[in-house]
Ligand binder design. Structure first.
Ligand code: IDC
Length: 506
């Protein structure tokens, strides 16, 4: 009953938004219709851009294990492989879904089709590890039971006895053949339903329309793309986004609420940046900060603003140090916000500490960008070494692919002409996803004369920016005075000197 309500809600949203409900190649009456629909509605597996699901396409080891692991709420672990699913496969391996030799963690076999016997074992270990079945009955009814490898007897017998698997029309299991996407959906959904731990379906924010329409907002500019060095709107006109960055969401979630974000839009901002620290007590050690991030992203979307999802590496200077977690995170975020034109992905805030573009940042970006591109062709922002100042290094060996921009971060008390010159010289599309009126430590100053030079420079070039930061911390880069209560909007006397300057420039 509950699930039906969720599915109904989904259908209603899809109809309101004028989206087609269902896949071109999955029809009511197909034996897998319910399982595929439940699975895709729950957001665990998606179809293809052309509107198809390809039910008879094969599923790989990486795909099957990562879907099972996600349905079962596993969290990615650090694995040996840089494959997009490496972290989830490591977690599944450590949890005992399969043995080392069945899918070696090196990544080499991750993209191979998974056999049916192994898929069944993984699904049973994940959802119904304690179920048993009747050997005589199953071995007598499965025509090709003798084809099974002995290590799969228990799982296959339990799967048949619990209604997770049925043979084909000839009573065969074909244990060593590949398994299709539709079949995988079916066995996963049957087992997960039997265990009863399916997460309720959540309203897809991606299709929820904004509740406000604002000048310069998403409803006006639509889907963004990059042409040459410029950010363009859907109509092919140059567009510049301006707004605030949050401070660390795990420290200051109360300044990243819908009211807080809305109050910046009321001053004219059309951008909000959600800074989710990875280190310093952030996401890597405290996954719950993702809830604050999602809340902020959804809020900005409802306010008709563009919104940056910032993977805020800082003390953990090498982005490769958390590449597995990043792949998992961006897979989830890009799936959640799939077609939403508001969402911009910033994949590494500020690489630093001896990392190089060629050796660290570019290889990292080349792992994360395809993960996002599997779901979205939205704008992706990439940092560079030395706290996102080494544009000249990125320019020597830029990334391939479209809709990629390079971030440049500046603090007016520290970074002056020479960094502006770098932007002018690099020939790359640049996005200033973080800047401050203070010195680089977030304090000192404020340096409004130099900040004005920067504002003029960015305006001339149509460069988008987000200012650090919307919070009331006692440091000069903070936009709000101590104790500011912004639940009812931000009044002028709640703005610091920096805040007044920045808000007047939206
Ligand atoms: C600063 C915060 C400060 C915090 C410090 C360490 O303003 O309160 O104690 O981080 O977490 C950056 C970073 C940004 C920094 C900011 C100012 O992206 O996280 O915030 N800065 O130092 N790069 C250059 C400057």
């Amino acid at each position: 009953m509950k699930k039906k309500t969720f599915i109904l809600a989904f259908a209603v949203i899809m109809i309101i938004c004028g989206c087609a409900y269902g896949f071109s190649d999955v029809n009511q009456g197909d034996w897998y219709y319910d399982n595929v629909t439940d699975m895709t509605n729950s957001g665990y597996l998606s179809g293809y851009d052309d509107g198809s699901f390809r039910p008879s396409g094969i599923i790989t080891k990486a795909e099957l294990v990562s879907v099972v692991a996600r349905v079962n709420n596993l969290e990615a672990k650090k694995g040996q492989s840089n494959h997009w699913a490496g972290g989830m496969l490591q977690a599944a391996l450590e949890t005992g879904y399969y043995d080392w030799d069945e899918i070696p963690p090196t990544g080499e076999s991750f993209d191979e089709p998974i056999t049916r016997q192994l898929a069944i074992k993984i699904v049973m270990k994940a959802f119904l590890p304690n179920e048993k079945g009747d050997y005589n009955q199953v071995s007598g009814s499965v025509a090709d039971f003798s084809q099974l490898d002995g290590r799969y007897y228990d799982s296959v017998i339990a799967a048949y006895s619990n209604g997770v698997v049925f043979g084909d029309d000839n009573g065969n299991l074909n244990p060593k053949s590949s398994i299709t996407r539709a079949e995988a959906c079916a066995i996963i959904m049957r087992a997960a339903n039997k265990k009863g731990n399916l997460k309720p379906y959540e309203t897809p924010v991606a299709t929820e329309p904004p509740s406000a329409v604002r000048k310069g907002g998403v409803s006006e500019n639509g889907k963004l793309h990059v042409e040459g060095t410029r950010l363009m709107n859907e109509k092919g006109e140059g567009v510049a986004l301006h707004g605030m960055s949050s401070h660390g969401l795990h420290w200051f979630p109360s300044f990243a609420t819908e009211n807080a974000i809305k109050s910046t839009a009321d001053y004219g901002a059309n951008l909000f940046r959600c800074a989710m620290y990875t280190g310093e007590g952030g996401y890597i050690s405290n996954r719950s900060v993702k809830d604050a991030l999602i809340n902020a992203v959804d809020s900005a979307i409802r306010q008709d603003m563009y919104v940056i999802i910032d993977w805020h590496i800082l003390s953990d200077g090498d982005p490769l140090s958390h590449v597995y977690e990043a792949a998992e995170f961006f897979a989830e975020m890009s799936e959640r916000y799939k077609d939403n034109p508001a969402v911009i992905y910033e994949i590494c805030n500020e690489p630093n500490g001896g990392v190089t573009w060629d050796g660290n940042v570019k290889p990292y970006a080349e792992k994360i960008i395809p993960v996002i591109r599997a779901n979205s062709d939205g704008i992706i922002l990439v940092g560079s070494p030395t706290w996102s100042q080494d544009l000249h290094e990125a320019a020597k060996n830029p990334l391939s692919g479209s809709n990629i921009m390079y971030t440049c971060h500046f603090y007016a008390g520290t970074h002056i002409d020479w960094l502006r010159q770098r932007i002018a010289d690099c020939g790359l599309p640049v996005f200033v996803s973080e800047w401050g009126t203070s010195a680089a430590d977030g304090n000192g100053g404020v340096y409004l004369e130099e900040a004005q030079k920067w504002i003029d420079f960015m305006k001339e070039r149509g460069i988008s920016w987000a200012n650090w930061s919307l919070c009331d911390k006692n440091e000069s880069s903070a936009a709000l005075v101590g104790g500011a209560n912004i639940d009812d909007g931000i009044s002028d006397d709640e703005l610091t000197e920096s805040g007044k300057f920045v808000f007047s420039n939206f």
